[in-house]
Structure formats: C-alpha cells, structure tokens
Design a protein around this ligand. Structure first.
Ligand SMILES: Cc1cc2nc3c(=O)[nH]c(=O)nc-3n(C[C@H](O)[C@H](O)[C@H](O)COP(=O)(O)O)c2cc1C
Length: 367
C-alpha cells in the first residue's frame, strides 16, 4: 500500500494516514461563531489523517473578511466545541489555524479602527470582503494601516496566546499559526515592506522574524511546542508583498529557528525552485507538511522522495468528503463549483455525497 495511507506519528499524535485537509476559508460563520453546518462539514471529512481548519481570527483587530470565524469570544469557543466533538466522534484529528490579517482588512470590519501592520503602508490592489460606504457587503480596497507600537505588538502576542488557550479549551488537538499568504506575520518577515527601525524590523533577519518567534514561544509555553504548527508561503507574493533582499536566507533562518523550537510541524506552500525546497526542508528537523496541487500519485511521490512527510489537499476536499477513500481506491473525484467556495449556506458545503459507484462498498478497507 502507498505510504500515503500509512499511519503517522505527529509529535505523539497518531494520525491514521498522511493526508491532511488544507485550511480553507469557507466564510460560513455568519456572526463569526462556528455554525452547526461547520461541525457537519468537518466531521464529513474526518477520515483525513489531520484536518487543519480554516483561518480563525485571534481578535477583532485580526479580522479581514466577513463571515470568517473567530476564536476569541465565549460564543466562538462554544461553537468550535461542536466542531471538535463532531470530528473526534468521527475518529478524526484537528488543528485550528490561528489568524491575524494585519493590513489586509478594512475599517468597516474593525469598528472604525484602522488595520495594523509592521508599517503604515496600504496593501495596494488588495480587495477584502467587507462593507462599502452604503453599509452593504462588497469587495473593497484594503484600508491604510497604522504601524504597531511596542504595546500593540505585546497585545498581538497576548491575543495569540489567549486564542491558543481558547483552542485547547474548545478541544482542538493543536494550533497552526498562519504566517503565510501576505498576512500579519509575513508583513513583518518581508524586508521590502518592514522597514521598522526597532527590534521588530529592518535589515536584520532576526528582527523581522522576532514577532513570529516570540508568538511561537509564548504559545508553546502555554500549550506545549508539540501542539504548535506554523504555515508559511515564502514566494506566494500575495497581498502586495514583493521580492526582497536576503529573501531565501530569511526563510532558511526561520526554518532553522522553528526546528530548534521542536514544533509539531512546519507547513509550507509556494516554495519556489526545487533546490530551495530541499534546503528549506533540510533546515527543519521535524515533521514537514506540504500544500499545493497534489493528486494521489504526486503526493505519494513527494512522500517517497522525502520532499514532505504529510501531503495536504485543499480544493479536492471541498467536493469529496471521502477523499481519502477515493484516492485509496482510485475512484473518480467530483469537482467543486468555485461559486460556493466562499460564503452562502449548506449548498456547495455539506451536500457533497460520498462516492457510491456500482458494486463498490465505500466502507470497505483492504486488509
Ligand atoms: C476556498 C479556499 C480557501 C482557502 N483558505 C485558506 C486559509 O484560510 N488559510 C490558508 O492557509 N490557506 C487557505 N487556502 C489555501 C489552501 O490551504 C491550499 O494551500 C491551496 O488550496 C492549494 O492546495 P490545493 O491545490 O490542494 O487546493 C485556501 C484555498 C481555497 C481554495
């Protein structure tokens, strides 16, 4: 049997296979509280070795889109409990992705406050789903942020710490810190954007990594380093982030620093060229998790060639709740309609059936 379907020990957490469901924002939390449909959706996909949930904002300030869930109020924690209970009852494991969007936000989502970032520079050509001037939901340009001061930075770290504690209270198996896709941590890591002159920015790589590493340390001290994952997307160029000096060295230094901290895993996408991928993977001595464009064969190859330990599938999980069995038995995959990716209700969310091909018993598992 392919390595993809073998069990895996993730820092002491037993996973039934090496297939991970990618974090995917689906924007179904209409009042920022995880809904009953969300519990159904994740439980339907619990045969994944590990589910990483959609991003959940750690604070009101960290919010960047309408209808995304939070993990900072009692009601949100209660909502997530329904999700973790349902997934655990179905035999699955799940980490929650902790999120602060930084400057990728809009004043209409922040009670009129400005978004925050490393520096006061707007993310150009970046749209967020918020409210227009008439108060109607719309795609609007990201607002001008303010640069976080020392107190503001301390507060962000405290918000992540509290969110991680909330996640454990809600029954998660761990947390993944979202340090990719152009959001707050990447705004600090990117040397082109982060021209701060204090300990949290500028030309020194260690300064630009400081916010993320202090957050990792703070969360690890609370819930254990073996319950913390980190996601990065080094060359994704999202939300108006561009190439910068020492770019590869910056990411390699981060992999090394996270390796020393013995976190549960490092999750990466957009690693660019194969040589960099190998160097990045080699710099991190721990479980490596890779995202982006996998099918059964390419995922098996990536594991067998040592490019990753776990293979993350995103879009295929949307329309195939039984993706693991479909990959295992070579059953056809259903296609998801893009129109249902973000927002809406149960349609295009919890109504995708498991495969029921002629003469095939979906419960059947080879000896
Ligand atoms: C609808 C949708 C929402 C996503 N939301 C998130 C998210 O909340 N956090 C994140 O880190 N990545 C997010 N991603 C990226 C996925 O985690 C994944 O890296 C990407 O889909 C590539 O994998 P795939 O080719 O298997 O789909 C999202 C992708 C999609 C399609």
């Amino acid at each position: 049997m392919s390595s993809l379907f073998e069990s895996y020990d993730l820092a002491g957490l037993p996973l039934s296979n090496r297939i991970v469901m990618a974090p995917m924002t689906r924007a179904r939390a209409h009042d920022t509280v995880p809904s009953a449909d969300m519990a159904t959706y994740y439980a339907q996909r619990a045969s994944a070795g590990l589910i990483i949930t959609e991003s959940a904002q750690v604070s009101q300030q960290g919010r960047g889109y309408l209808h995304t869930p939070g993990i900072h109020t009692d009601a949100q924690i209660e909502g997530w409990k329904r999700v973790t209970d349902a997934v655990h009852r179905a035999g699955g494991r799940l980490f929650i992705q902790l999120w602060h969007v930084g400057r990728v936000s809009h004043v209409s989502l922040l009670d009129g406050h400005s978004p925050v970032s490393a520096v006061a520079v707007t993310a150009a050509q970046t749209l967020v789903h918020a409210y227009d001037s008439a108060g109607k939901p719309a795609q609007v340009a990201a607002s001008l942020p303010v640069a976080l001061d020392a107190n503001g930075i301390r507060q962000v770290i405290a918000d992540f710490r509290q969110a991680a504690l909330n996640a454990m209270a809600a029954g998660f198996d761990g947390v993944e810190i979202h340090a990719g896709n152009g959001f707050l941590f990447e705004q600090f890591i990117n040397g082109g954007l982060n021209t701060r002159e204090d300990r949290y920015g500028g030309t020194l790589i260690s300064n630009r990594l400081r916010l993320l590493l202090e957050t990792v340390d703070e969360i690890s001290a609370q819930i254990g380093h073996d319950r913390v994952g980190v996601r990065v997307s080094p060359f994704a160029r999202l939300a108006d982030l561009h190439p910068f000096e020492d770019e590869q060295a910056t990411w390699l230094a981060l992999a090394g620093a996270l390796s020393q901290r013995r976190i549960a895993y490092l999750h990466a996408s957009h690693l660019g060229d194969p040589d960099f991928h190998k160097a990045f993977r080699a710099a991190f001595d721990g479980s490596f998790v890779l995202s982006g464009g996998f099918g059964a064969e390419t995922a098996r190859q990536a594991i067998d060639e040592g490019l990753t330990d776990l293979a993350v599938f995103g879009r295929p999980f949307i329309a195939n709740p039984d993706l693991v069995n479909r990959l295992r038995f070579g059953w056809p995959l259903a296609e998801a309609g893009r129109e249902a990716f973000y927002g809406g209700g149960a349609r295009g969310y919890v109504d995708y059936p498991v495969y029921s091909g002629e003469g095939v018993d979906p419960q059947w598992v080879p000896a």
